[in-house]
Design a binder for this molecule. Structure first.
Ligand code: AMP
Length: 391
């Protein structure tokens, strides 16, 4: 685990240079869209022909985006290389850097954020507010961790696989030391982070954009609602006191600075009853909650990631109109195509579909509703969602 800064190269990358994106999902696809609008060429590497990036990439190479030799070859023809997923192997980023390509985020940052153990330890070591946790690598450590966290006052715990878990996958709640032993096995006897359950009043995220020369800008704080461990809705701006928002934004910016990240850093947070803030987790890439910026903000998160990695100006970002982003999961396709015509008739929403085949729990797309007040945007978003669910 390190917090090294990126190799220093502050030269601005101008259009029509080529940006390579490793990974093929919707985040990559929306990054490509933004990059193209900004005049850049895009080259994407991902495992499947059908991946969402196919729709926006200028070039789509079907290959393993974690394979160092492939990535080095692609990197030689790119001005800069970035990632759209934590799962990309840091060694692939090292290979790109060794091929004299600029890489953002760096292999060090990727290594820190892709494993919940190194991420949590990084936060604790840098005095960045994080809840009680323990790292666990054996059944014995699992028992000890549970005993210590319960003794420390946690009423319930959540065990999370150190790698590969997302959208609530690879997680298990624990209410006793006996349940901890079961959880160790149920999660596959694999390295874990065990956290004390936080009694939060709200969840939030702060997204910071940082360039290689240390300039930063941030988005207004978002408020997030999760259902079954998956983000359901994001509201912008979040309904928080100015003291909480200031604390959250300061924490987000300090985390980006400590990590030395180049590009976006999304910081997921818990808001406590007293208004204080704890970090839940980090993502050094665009974040699902940030989709709301595509309509509600003066710049989208995708645009700002490209701006930050290319060294363009990072303007202050403001809310254009209050907005609500609602995720559309594959479950809405259970009885065929959802009734989008009816949803769009209202005129306040937009629908963005990623071109994936439907599966339960899979993120298929999102809606964004904007309105003169947040209450109206929420009302419009919820009415639209009810229509989709009622089919
Ligand atoms: P994560 O994958 O870590 O973002 O967790 C998904 C969701 O589970 C979070 O957004 C929270 O709603 C919930 N969660 C995760 N960790 C905790 C925790 N330590 N305490 C309370 N809720 C949690």
């Amino acid at each position: 685990m390190t917090s090294k800064a990126e190799p220093i190269n502050h030269q601005t990358i101008h259009p029509p240079e080529t940006i390579t994106i490793l990974g093929g999902g919707q985040l990559g696809s929306m990054l490509c869209e933004a990059a193209k609008r900004m005049g850049y060429r895009t080259f994407c590497v991902s495992g499947h022909e059908t991946d969402p990036v196919r729709r926006w990439a200028d070039h789509h190479l079907i290959a393993d985006p974690g394979e160092p030799a492939t990535v080095a070859r692609v990197a030689r023809q790119s001005a800069i290389l970035t990632v759209e997923a934590e799962s990309i192997e840091p060694v692939a980023l090292e290979a790109a850097a060794n091929a004299q390509c600029r890489v953002a985020p760096s292999a060090d940052v990727q290594r820190t954020v892709r494993d919940r153990r190194s991420e949590k330890m990084f936060l604790r070591d840098h005095g960045l507010a994080v809840g009680p946790f323990a790292t666990v690598e054996s059944a014995k450590q699992m028992r000890e961790a549970a005993e210590t966290l319960f003794a420390g006052g946690s009423k319930k715990l959540v065990a999370k696989t150190a790698r590969g878990g997302y959208d609530g996958k690879g997680q298990r709640w624990i209410h006793s030391v006996t349940e901890a032993a079961d959880a160790w096995e149920a999660l596959g006897s694999t390295p874990l982070v065990v956290e004390g359950g936080i009694d939060f009043v709200a969840e939030a995220s702060v997204i910071v954009a940082r360039s290689a020369d240390g300039r930063m800008t941030h988005f207004p704080m978002f408020q997030n609602e999760h259902r079954r461990g998956i983000l359901f809705q994001t509201r912008m701006p979040g309904d928080f006191s100015s003291a909480t928002a200031a604390q959250a934004i300061d924490l987000g910016r300090r985390t980006a600075e400590a990590l030395g990240v180049v590009g976006l850093l999304a910081v997921e947070m818990f808001i406590l009853p007293d208004g204080n803030v704890l970090i839940n987790e980090l993502a050094a890439r665009p974040h699902n909650s940030g989709h709301v910026t595509m309509r509600a903000a003066s710049r989208s998160q995708f645009e700002m990631h490209i701006a930050a990695i290319c060294g363009l100006p990072l303007p202050e970002i403001h809310t254009l109109q209050p907005g609500v982003m609602t995720n559309l999961l594959g479950d809405l396709w259970a009885h065929g195509e959802p009734d989008f015509a009816k949803v769009l008739a209202d005129g306040r929403g937009m629908i963005h579909l990623y071109g994936k085949s439907p599966r339960s729990g899979r993120k298929m797309g999102h809606m964004i509703h904007t309105a003169p007040t947040l209450a109206e945007a929420v009302q419009a978003a919820n009415a639209a969602y009810e229509i989709l669910e009622s089919r």
